[in-house]
Design a protein around this ligand. Structure first.
Ligand SMILES: C[S@@+](CC[C@H](N)C(=O)[O-])C[C@H]1O[C@@H](n2cnc3c(N)ncnc32)[C@H](O)[C@@H]1O
Length: 233
């Protein structure tokens, strides 16, 4: 079970190298996965989006580029404070914007029914109580609003997934450790992914907190998985 103090301390240590390592270690595919999340949200012009565990803001800004008004929340100051400077010109052109705040995904400072979309990318796995996080997402969504969760599921049996497992366990901690100076942080990633529920089981958790129209789609040979659900009307 992730210890929030250690998680925050870890992300504060790797904040400076986080974006570069994400792009390098995933060979740029991480942004393709985030763009899939944005497409799954539908028409975003004028939509209110809450992006939880927003980190350095990559997904938040992709939503804003599609015209959404976004709140990006993360409990690690060193991560979230890097996000505003990454504003792309396309966000302003689309009349989208992001307000970044420091906040805990398990206790959101937002009234009930505020958002059209609530998202979390590669974040819920790090939260002490993922079910509580899902409940909070449901609470802050308006009836009919959409929850979108992007995660790394435990690798399946496909050759791509098995190859990724080896890469994840043996190559990634070495490169991540070398570049960030924090090998533990990049050992934490495969450890938590291997302990994360399979897509079917996580979909059941979404149903259990009361989401409707729950579904998921695996991507890139099962390396990443997008989950969705709707707050009942
Ligand atoms: C792997 S990063 C993902 C960042 C970003 N969503 C992305 O796609 O790159 C995980 C983030 O979750 C944040 N986090 C972990 N637990 C949290 C919690 N309980 N509340 C808010 N943020 C949390 C960490 O601070 C970190 O920035």
């Amino acid at each position: 079970m992730p210890d929030p103090v250690q998680v925050r301390s870890m992300f504060s240590r790797i904040a400076g190298t986080y974006d570069g390592l994400n792009r390098g270690l995933s060979m740029g595919i991480d942004q393709r996965w985030r763009r899939r999340v944005v497409r799954a949200a539908g028409d975003l012009r004028g939509a209110r989006v809450l992006d939880l565990c927003c980190g350095t803001g990559d997904l938040s800004w992709l939503f804003a580029r599609s015209g959404a008004q976004v709140v990006g929340a993360d409990f690690t100051m060193e991560m979230v404070q890097r996000a505003p400077a990454k504003a792309p010109a396309e966000a302003r052109a689309a009349q989208g914007g992001v307000t970044f705040v420091q906040g805990d995904a398990q206790a959101l400072p937002a009234p009930d029914g505020t958002f059209d979309v609530a998202s979390v990318a590669f974040g819920i796995r790090n939260v002490l109580d993922p079910e509580r996080c899902l409940q909070e997402m449901k609470r802050v969504l308006r009836p009919g609003g959409k929850a979108l969760v992007l995660e790394f599921p435990p690798p399946g049996r496909s050759p791509v997934a098995q190859g990724f497992k080896l890469y994840f366990k043996h190559v990634l901690p070495r490169i991540g450790g070398l570049v960030s100076g924090d090998r533990d942080a990049y050992r934490y990633l495969p450890r938590t992914v291997l302990a994360w529920p399979k897509p079917d089981a996580f979909a059941d958790s979404m149903r259990a907190v009361g989401f409707e129209d729950v579904g998921f789609e695996t991507m890139t040979g099962g390396i990443a998985c997008l989950h969705w659900g709707t707050r009942p009307a």
